[in-house]
Structures are given as C-alpha cells and as structure tokens.
Design a protein around this ligand. Structure first.
Ligand code: ZN
Length: 109
C-alpha cells in the first residue's frame, strides 16, 4: 500500500501519485520550504510508535519505560498540542494523548 508522504493515509490512483490530496501535497512542500519537514517526520514516527503501543497491549492505558520508547526513536517533546491540568502535562500526538510520569509514558484512553 502506498502512503501519503504528508499524512500517511492510503494513496489511491496513479502509481506515481505521492499524496492523498492536493492539500497534503501543498502542505508537504510548504513544510519542506519552512524547514518543518524534520518535525513532521518525528511526529509521524511518534504516532506510529504510539499506535503500536495501543494495538500491542490489552491494557486500557498502556505504559512503557520512556527510555525504551526513545531507543526506538520516540521524542516526547515533539507533539501536536499539549495542555496542563492539575499539575500533569497532557501531550497529544494527533488523536492520541499521553503523559510522562516517573520516566514512564502512559498512553491515555
Ligand atoms: Zn495525505
């Protein structure tokens, strides 16, 4: 399956097509120009690792040592948004939320 270079969604159509939509194509090229491509790459990697945590665990809120995740390339500082609530920093990677506590990453339900 071919994946969109910007959002990783499935690409349908011509075999040389690289993006799922015109919007993804222009955002991708804008980010390349703005030097944001590396940040985007890290976000996509973070998302894949968090998705893997979600699908490979039967726990409601899977928890992993932060060091183990970092050794796979995860960077907890790169996220799509974050907010602090009652002294806990909640970070978001697209649709997934997580919190780091005592060197462990907790993937929130
Ligand atoms: Zn796309």
């Amino acid at each position: 399956m071919r994946q969109c270079l910007h959002c990783s969604n499935k690409v349908i159509g011509r075999t040389d097509k690289k993006f799922c939509s015109a919007g993804c194509r222009s955002t991708y090229h804008n980010e390349l120009r703005n030097g944001k491509a590396l940040e985007r790459y890290q976000l996509m990697l973070n998302r894949q690792l968090l998705r893997f945590m979600r699908t490979s665990s039967s726990q409601k809120e899977p928890t992993l040592a932060l060091g183990a995740l970092k050794s796979l390339g995860f960077n907890p500082d790169v996220c799509t948004s974050q907010r602090e609530y009652q002294g806990v920093l909640y970070q978001y990677c697209f649709e997934m939320a997580y919190a780091v506590k005592e060197n462990k990453l907790i993937l929130l339900d």
